[in-house]
Ligand binder design. Structure first.
Ligand SMILES: Nc1nc2c(ncn2[C@@H]2O[C@H](COP(=O)(O)OP(=O)(O)OP(=O)(O)O)[C@@H](O)[C@H]2O)c(=O)[nH]1
Ligand SMILES: [Zn+2]
Length: 500
């Protein structure tokens, strides 16, 4: 049975199980690892979609199912187009399945002889070409979250031909834009370049960073992400004492990058969400267990949400029954349900602001800056409601402490930040909600600054790796008195040690 036939059977089974809500067949994107199979395209059977827009495809239907599973109103402003955006983001993030290396390399090889006209390698016998610091983003196959990749590719030209430099990055991107694990990514880039350029050898070195679990995201930058290094090589780079490998690692060391030759088995998963032994989800998700004990952090996931993610995999042309993907739908749902729309926390924790100290500022008092209290650097991880991708960073809160110097316990603010952060959000709304909640207690005024990295801006779309977003909300005297605001902002600067 060919791969496509097997997938057709799997799709049929899944279709009965959960595509009853939307009879849609997954677009089966031909990927060049099945080039020998006849390329068969399944039409996407369009089903009723949003408001007058093109009807939803299977992926959008599945995302809508996830939003409902999160207790959200999928029709509300902010979420109405989320299924379409998430579908577009995932398709763009896995466009590599439909790209072909030969289309990239064809016509991109040009003659360049080595020194003394020998037909050896270009740039001189024994010479090699290394393209360093290729920024890529790929999708973790174990949890469907994006991971950051710094890729370095070297090859030793032969036959007096070199390839256009950009093509090395483009080929790396073909394999990055798939559901991946780092070692397989390194192997596939190396193998594809060797097969298409026919050089004396290829070396690929990857540094990868996986977003940590939300509770471990205590950072404003990519620090704190789970990092790992992988390499793959062919031809003259192989062998413990390959001088070509030594030259390659030296040429990337010139960039301050120390890459040992590390090649793991492609089956070892690095994904932090894979830390729980995840039972194959049979639709009646039992709690994941670690050596028999119920892991405190694993949250049973509603099977309709898990099935929806399986259909997303199918819709991307992937095989949800591929062994590396079997636990993926459950892990992705476990990540998503951390951001459920839930006001239950407020009631259950008895966390109401009004049992905190209330401060009434005497009207017209000259601002006593000592009365301004700053609580800084509350880490948070939220989920962008437009793309269902995390944004995370820190929250800084300023308020007027009560007349007798009484201040609000810091733990209340952390709970407040968690409450408004841990849901589908936009950063401006989260900033406002926290400020209004603080202002409801300290009537003198409240100010909130949020600094965040948006994975949706870093890993896709405009892909601006170093971009970050700051938002500010002012209430009461922070709005009316510029010096109070300046005082608080200076406090943040002083605390970051950046003040000059
Ligand atoms: N203001 C604001 N915008 C956000 C936030 N999170 C994501 N976005 C933006 O939401 C917008 C969605 O724009 P759309 O054009 O509907 O979707 P898109 O085609 O995926 O947009 P691109 O990201 O530009 O590719 C994007 O511009 C995102 O940057 C947020 O917290 N606040
Ligand atoms: Zn992962």
């Amino acid at each position: 049975m060919t791969h496509l036939e097997a997938r057709g059977t799997a799709m049929g089974a899944l279709e009965e199980a959960h595509l009853a809500t939307a009879a849609a067949a997954a677009a089966v994107a031909a990927c060049d690892c099945h080039e020998e199979d006849e390329e068969e395209e399944h039409d996407i059977v369009e089903v009723g979609g949003g408001d007058g827009e093109a009807p939803a495809d299977a992926m959008e239907t599945a995302v809508r199912e996830l939003l409902l599973g999160l207790g959200e109103d999928a029709g509300r402003e902010g979420l109405r187009r989320t299924p379409k955006r998430v579908s577009k983001a995932f398709r763009d993030g896995t466009r590599g399945y439909t790209q072909k290396v030969k289309d990239i390399i064809q016509g991109a090889l040009f003659p360049e002889v080595g020194v003394d006209k020998r037909t050896g390698s270009a740039g001189g016998t024994g010479g090699q070409v290394v393209v360093r610091d290729i920024d890529l983003f790929s999708y973790c196959e174990s949890c469907l979250l994006p991971f950051s990749v710094q890729c370095h590719v070297g090859y030793v030209p032969s036959g007096g031909r070199v390839v256009g430099l950009s093509k090395l990055s483009r080929v790396a991107d073909v394999f990055a834009k798939r559901l991946q694990n780092p070692q397989r990514l390194a192997n596939e880039v190396c193998g594809a370049l060797h097969a298409s350029i026919q050089p004396a050898g290829v070396a690929v070195a990857l540094q990868c960073w996986h977003i940590p679990l939300p509770e471990n995201l205590k950072c404003k930058t990519l620090q704190g992400w789970i990092s790992t290094s992988h390499s793959s090589c062919s031809g003259v780079f192989e062998g413990e004492n390959s001088s070509f490998w030594n030259d390659f690692s030296m040429l990337i060391k010139l960039r301050g990058i120390d890459m040992e030759r590390v090649s793991h088995s492609a089956s070892i998963s690095w994904c932090p969400l894979k830390s729980y032994e995840v039972p194959v989800c049979n639709g009646h998700c039992k709690k994941a267990t670690i050596n028999g004990a119920i892991s405190p952090k694993s949250i049973p996931a509603p099977s309709n949400m898990v099935s929806a993610v399986s259909s997303m995999l199918l819709s991307l042309g992937e095989d949800p029954f591929r062994k590396e993907l079997v636990g993926t739908p459950l892990r992705y749902v476990q990540w998503m349900i951390k951001f459920r729309a839930c006001n239950l926390d407020v009631k259950l924790n008895g966390f109401t602001l009004n049992n905190l100290s209330v401060y009434k500022s005497p009207a017209g008092d000259a601002i006593d800056h000592q009365a301004i209290h700053s609580e800084l650097h509350f880490p948070f991880c939220s989920q962008c409601e437009h793309h269902l991708l995390p944004f995370y960073g820190v929250v800084h809160i300023g308020y007027f402490s009560s007349g007798d110097g009484e201040v609000i316990d810091r733990s209340h603010f952390q709970a407040l930040v968690h409450f408004y952060g841990c849901k589908l959000q936009v950063q401006e709304r989260m900033t406002r909600q926290i400020a209004e909640a603080v202002y409801s207690v300290s009537r003198g005024g409240a100010i909130v600054v949020v600094e965040a990295n948006h994975i949706c801006m870093i890993s896709r779309g405009i892909e601006k790796l170093r971009s970050s977003t700051a938002t500010i909300a002012l209430l009461g005297q922070f709005l009316t008195d510029p010096s109070a605001k300046a005082h608080f902002l200076q406090n943040i600067l002083d605390a970051t040690g950046l003040a000059v």
